[in-house]
Design a protein around this ligand. Structure first.
Ligand code: COA
Length: 703
């Protein structure tokens, strides 16, 4: 028989060979919905009263045991037994309860397993407490039971880090009692349960086990480490204090604090932002225009250019299982490309992503280096990563057009240039697309897939399929200068530069933006990327620039000195051997001051709050324009772009989620305030105005 409830979540109850089998089913990941908790509670009661069953086995139907609380239900009113009530009920059973684990066993899933008296796991099970990734802590005794079972160090690592452990490590740390290589977890669970019954081993209750003694230093050391790693995320440090409670107060008192804290965090801004980011990730490739469109097959991929970008793309492709043909102009270029790719792959070996044998294979048979475009004749896709100059791109694409096979996709990695113009110099514009990788391409997760006017639907689908295979997050972008990410970056940087002219220093702006949660401020980032890059772009755009578009002079003046940032040892900052310890460049500050004097601008001070407000208003306003123009299809695509390509703090959800949290009206006020001084730069995006008027959110446009 089945115990079902109106919403999703079922537990199938049966008795097999004297063992009650509770099959937990809530596809796709058996999340603990209200309905599932209710059904499981009832099934446990039934087992207690079932004289034909001497022990119970809980297992998950489908790909895993239980992947934690049902995130979709967090914003709804809960009903039925809470997870702590369910867990207490399981643990209180008078007959042994065995959790038989496979696949993803996460969060509340681990808590259910900890409430069970014994645990057996299939070898491929992943056990984890990922709550901190959505701004929460375990809310149903995880912070108290886990350290009792596996000790403080292992519990701190699992709960504050949020990363799952493999079954064999779980066995070693005592988190599970036995591993099985059996394919059928239900059957393995029954055999294990029969053994427990035969050996007359009764229930084991972790709640009754005393907490291990803690060394005085342990939590102090952990506090510093956890805070450092958390980078602004609050939950890990809070979770640590909950674990520390296990050492300093009785179980029930610590449990009550854990629950209260969990419920408070459920209302927090960070949790809401992280849940937004969780669903944003999963919506990345879901575009109506991709529905039912088959991507073209990809096996061999060509790369034109072996500089930092080309070599990075080649590395990423090799690591994703593609065979790669890289073409450079001459032998020296090929040598350089080979050494960069090898160094990148050695880095992957060091990070444990690749074996030494794997490295030999990837730099051997999987990689072909050539000086002639004819080497691309078999490639299914060729990605150009050469100098950002339209005439150079024209040359490359006409050559590719001549040598590539019919149906091969020709992609440009341009960051700014017009993909329509690039497509126009081939006889097959339908096969041309932009694939904008971010540097270092084998590390950064974002891929902007840029659709030109003639790009065929299956070419777009192939761009998304490629990203998936490469483990990247793909965002569809339309053609404009800078696409989604760099166009927003240019706007926010201009807003920051304007504040400098008014009196803020680059360091003040960088600290304010770091304080917001970015790993680096805009001027530190500019120094790292190379100031010459945006200088070249400014020069390129100069001829067509609207005369109302105010430009600061100091950005060019700094470049004219040959100060291009980190690579030249000076830019907005001066760099020694340790680039992290940079100091403001006094000569650059002098150039800034000279411009203020020349333009008669009186210097005033800026608070960090005002800097963030203006910077974010420029970002949101530009993003709203980008969405209205169809350059980004949905607000969530802007969030993904900034989260994965520009270091936007995940716990803020992305700029559009931030705008929704602050309110469109408030952002609009800042834009209008800015327009009093510069009404060209601060042109209000009509979409922002509309949302502010209707008190609506960007999220409402995600569809
Ligand atoms: N609650 C509700 N839905 C969930 C969920 C959860 N805890 N975990 C996953 N899902 C949904 C996803 O939204 C997705 O739905 P969709 O197909 O409608 O988009 C579906 O399950 C599959 O998830 P996906 O992440 O695409 O599959 P995967 O196999 O790559 O990863 C997990 C599976 C379980 C590892 C991953 O989804 C995950 O980490 N989930 C969150 C677990 C968690 O944080 N639990 C603790 C909550 S307090």
């Amino acid at each position: 028989m089945s115990i079902t409830s109106p919403s999703s979540g079922t537990v199938h109850y049966s008795v097999e060979q004297d063992i009650a089998v509770l099959a937990i089913e809530n596809p796709p990941v058996n999340a603990l919905s209200n309905a599932l908790r209710s059904a499981l509670f009832e099934a446990i009661e039934r087992f207690e009263n079932d004289e034909t069953a001497s022990a119970a086995v809980l297992y998950g139907v489908g790909a895993g045991f239980i992947a934690g609380a049902d995130i979709r239900e967090f914003s709804l009113e809960p009903w039925g037994p809470t997870l702590p009530e369910l867990i207490a009920r399981i643990e209180a059973c008078e007959k042994p309860v065995i959790a038989a684990l496979h696949g993803n066993t996460l969060g509340g899933g681990v808590e259910v397993a900890l409430a069970s008296h014994y645990r057996i796991a299939q070898e491929k099970t992943r056990l984890g407490m990922p709550e901190v990734h959505i701004g929460l802590i375990p809310g149903a005794s995880g912070t108290q039971r886990l350290p009792r079972l596996i000790g403080y160090d292992a519990a701190i690592a699992m709960i504050t880090g949020g990363r799952p452990v493999k079954a064999k490590d779980a066995l070693q740390m005592g988190l599970v009692d036995e591993l099985t290589s059996e394919a059928g977890i239900k059957e393995a669970g029954i055999v294990f349960a029969q053994k427990i019954v035969a050996e007359e081993r009764g229930p084991r209750r972790l709640a009754q086990v005393g907490a291990p003694a803690a060394d005085a230093q342990l939590f102090d050391t952990a506090r510093a480490e956890v805070a450092k790693k958390a980078k602004g995320l609050e939950a890990p440090s809070i979770a640590l204090e909950m674990i520390a409670n296990a050492a300093r107060m009785p179980y029930d008192a610590a449990l009550a604090i854990e629950r209260r804290t969990f419920l408070e965090l459920k209302e927090s801004a960070q949790h809401k932002a992280l849940v937004h980011a969780f669903f944003a990730d999963r919506s990345a490739g879901r575009l109506p225009e991709l529905k039912g469109v088959e991507p073209r097959p990809l096996s061999q991929v060509g790369v034109v250019g072996g500089g930092t970008m080309g070599a990075g793309i080649a590395t990423a492709l090799l690591l994703s299982g593609f065979s790669v043909v890289l073409v450079e102009r001459d032998e020296a270029g090929l040598d350089r490309a080979r050494s960069v790719i090898t160094a990148n792959l050695e880095g992957a070996v060091k990070r444990g992503k690749l074996s030494a044998d794997g490295l030999a294979k990837l730099t051997g048979e999987a990689l072909v280096l050539a000086c002639e475009y004819e080497a691309f004749s078999n490639a299914d896709l060729v990605i150009e990563a050469v100098f950002e100059e339209m005439s150079v791109k024209h040359d490359v694409f006409s050559k590719l057009d001549a040598v590539c096979k019919q149906g091969a996709i020709l992609a440009t990695n341009t960051s700014y240039l017009d993909v329509n113009a690039i497509a126009a110099c081939t006889s097959r514009p339908q096969d041309v697309i932009g694939l904008h990788f971010f540097s270092p391409a084998h590390i950064m997760k974002l891929l902007e897939v840029v659709v030109a006017n003639a790009t065929a639907a299956d070419v777009l689908a192939t761009g998304f399929a490629l990203a998936k295979k490469m483990g990247k997050v793909a965002v569809r972008a339309g053609v404009c200068d800078g696409f989604i990410g760099n166009r927003i970056l240019a706007k926010t940087r201009a807003a920051a530069e304007a504040m400098i002219l008014e009196g803020a220093s680059p360091k003040e702006i960088d600290s304010a933006i770091r304080g917001f949660g970015f790993a680096m401020g805009p001027f530190e980032t500019a120094d790292m990327a190379g100031l010459d890059i945006s200088w070249a772009r400014r020069k390129r755009l100069a001829a067509t620039r609207d005369p109302r578009d105010r430009q600061v002079g100091f950005a060019d003046a700094i470049c004219e000195q040959g100060w291009f940032g980190r690579k030249t040892g000076s830019g907005y900052y001066l760099y020694g051997k340790d680039v992290a310890k940079h100091t403001p460049n006094p000569d650059a500050l002098e150039l800034i001051e000279a411009e203020r004097v020349e333009k008669g601008i009186a210097q005033r001070s800026f608070s960090a709050e005002e800097i963030v407000e203006r910077y974010m208003a420029a970002m949101v306003n530009e993003a709203a324009a980008i969405i209205s123009e169809g350059i980004a299809l949905r607000p969530v695509d802007v969030d993904l772009t900034l989260l994965y390509g520009y270091g936007f703090p995940r716990w803020r959800g992305g700029p559009m989620h931030y705008a929704d949290a602050v309110g469109a009206a408030k952002i609009l006020d800042v834009v209008k305030q800015g327009a009093k001084d510069d009404d060209y730069f601060w042109r209000t995006a009509p979409l922002l105005e509309k949302l502010a008027e209707r008190e609506a959110t960007f999220a409402s446009l995600n569809g």
